[in-house]
Ligand binder design. Structure first.
Ligand SMILES: *[C@@H]1O[C@H](CO)[C@@H](O)[C@H](O)[C@H]1NC(C)=O
Ligand SMILES: *[C@@H]1O[C@H](CO)[C@@H](O)[C@H](O)[C@H]1NC(C)=O
Ligand SMILES: *[C@@H]1O[C@H](CO)[C@@H](O)[C@H](O)[C@H]1NC(C)=O
Length: 483
């Protein structure tokens, strides 16, 4: 059945339904709506402990990535976090090479795509059960971004998905990215109208997610606002000042918390190695895109010459350039890649590729903005160029309101056993539902600021499938077998 109705009209007709899995309950995406007026003043002001994880998955190795995920869950549980969020495609890896590799080396694509799909995660699988167990043991609610293997049709498609898993380990909602950006569409299939999901999470409130640039879709944001979302989780791969201003803007626009995680990709780490391995299987002699790309990145990031810091000033300049302007950065890094490809006579041997450059290829940049658009957690970058990133990044938690006014600290670092605290960690910040409520006094798109008499938003929430059976057969038989 195809349902087209205004979101506002629909909302008043649904009944409460929590604690079921997403596929059993077609009204799941509305479960967040019901209990706002049942929240006691105590519950409203109690701190919601939000943990934001900055870490690199073990790219294209699902087992190892789940191991790592579980290690982080142990620390999150020990620190009594209520809601934990991770970066886009955490299980098991964002295809960081997609802007370059999709069209650059067609011969390698299918092999890499195979690796990508094989290490994606399917709801209902044994691997998924392990993830749910770790979450239940830790007792924290999680927004978990995964590469989700399709559970229908050929089961070859992969979605860019955020799963909402509550602290008992139950999957209470699923959001599939409705619009992967640009070359991302090469790797991920897009979700449908059922994917605008708001869930109630115990001890937290109403949680929703949009993945990366999907949060630029104003009507997707609006639909989630109309469902009363209070905590918008935005895992991404974007980085830099333009992205940061967006995080702050949509926080103020939605009057909700915006919790954003970025990618961590070490320049010569697992991610590049594994992609290279996939590529070299494609044709006799192996594909060359990875070593050449690597050399391109070394140039783009100013680590030419010595594999370590060739010239720190130059490195920092280029880093700032890349962070400062996406357009310029893209142009600059593209230029270097292209230049490199045209003049490098021999690819860099893989054993040289493990040497570290002065900076990460992607260094996180997580942030959390409050419902007024102020950064509760200033953007934080992982970087072993600093002697002690945690201390350097503590400024991410410190807020200065002006000369003479004591600084306030709004978040804290939680280290994870077995990981380098300067590079991978969890940041804990306290939020509250009361803060969301209070900020809506000033401006509320789906309340005192709404003008539904002028503008009306329609949302088609019909589930899509690859085949729709109809009862058109004269026998009333729905299976088309003529019996
Ligand atoms: C994936 O990780 C597991 C666990 O760390 C390891 O045993 C396995 O060899 C890895 N697989 C590949 C293909 O590297
Ligand atoms: C390092 O790079 C900067 C900026 O390009 C340049 O001005 C400086 O001369 C370089 N220093 C050395 C020692 O090469
Ligand atoms: C968060 O709240 C807890 C109390 O629930 C408190 O102990 C902790 O210091 C707070 N942390 C921050 C960073 O405000």
């Amino acid at each position: 059945m195809k349902i087209i109705a205004s979101a506002v009209a629909l909302l008043s007709t649904v009944s409460a339904a929590t604690g079921t899995t997403y596929h059993e309950d077609p009204t799941m995406h509305l479960t967040g709506w019901h209990n706002r007026n049942q929240v006691s003043p105590e519950e409203d002001t109690k701190p919601v402990h939000i943990g934001s994880i900055q870490a690199e998955p073990v790219h294209w190795n699902l087992t190892a990535s789940i191991d790592k995920f579980c290690d982080f869950m142990v620390s999150a549980g020990a620190a009594n976090m209520d809601l934990v969020a991770l970066s886009e495609g955490f299980l098991s890896g964002y295809p960081w090479f997609n802007f370059f590799a999709s069209t650059y080396d067609m011969a390698s694509n299918s092999k890499i795509s195979q690796l990508f799909a094989e290490n994606s995660l399917q709801v209902g699988s044994a691997e998924m059960a392990r993830v749910q167990e770790c979450i239940a043991e830790a007792g924290v609610n999680v927004v978990l971004p995964i590469n989700e293997r399709d559970d229908k049709g050929s089961q070859a498609a992969v979605f860019n998905t955020a799963l909402f898993i509550d602290k008992s380990g139950e999957i209470i909602g699923r959001h599939r990215k409705t619009l992967p950006s640009f070359t991302e569409r090469f790797w991920w299939t897009q979700g449908d109208g059922t994917d605008l999901v708001v869930v109630d999470m115990p001890d937290v409130g109403r949680v929703c997610s949009l993945l990366c640039w999907e949060s630029y879709l104003v009507l997707a944001c609006y639909t989630l606002m109309a469902h009363g979302c209070e905590f918008l989780v935005v895992p991404t791969q974007d980085i830099g000042s333009i992205w940061e201003s967006h995080v702050s803007d949509i926080a103020r626009e939605g009057r909700w918390y915006v919790i954003a995680q970025g990618q961590v990709v070490a320049p010569y780490g697992e991610a590049m190695q594994r992609s290279a391995i996939a590529g070299t299987h494609t044709q006799p002699g192996g594909s060359q895109w990875y070593p050449r790309l690597l050399e391109g990145f070394k140039n783009a990031y100013g680590c030419t010459g010595s594999p370590l810091i060739a010239n720190a000033t130059e490195t920092v300049n280029r880093q700032n350039l890349l962070r400062g302007s996406s357009a310029t950065a893209a142009k600059e890094s593209q230029k270097n890649v292209v230049d490199t490809v045209s003049w490098i006579p021999e690819p860099v041997p893989l054993d040289q590729a493990v040497e570290k450059c002065a900076t990460y290829f992607m260094d996180g940049g997580m942030s959390i903005a409050d419902p007024n658009g102020r950064f509760l957690v200033n953007p934080i970058h992982s970087n072993y160029m600093y002697a002690d990133t945690v201390n350097a990044a503590r400024s991410g938690c410190v807020h200065s309101l002006g000369p003479g006014i004591p600084e306030e600290s709004h978040c804290e670092f939680v280290e994870v056993d077995g990981y380098n605290r300067d590079e991978e960690f969890i940041v804990l910040a306290n939020a509250s539902r009361g803060e969301v409520l209070a900020s809506k006094l000033y401006q509320d798109n789906v309340g005192n600021y709404a003008r539904t008499d002028i503008w009306k938003v329609e949302w088609d929430n019909a589930p899509q499938d690859y085949i729709f059976e109809t009862a058109g057969n004269s026998n009333g038989n729905q299976h088309g077998n003529g019996l």
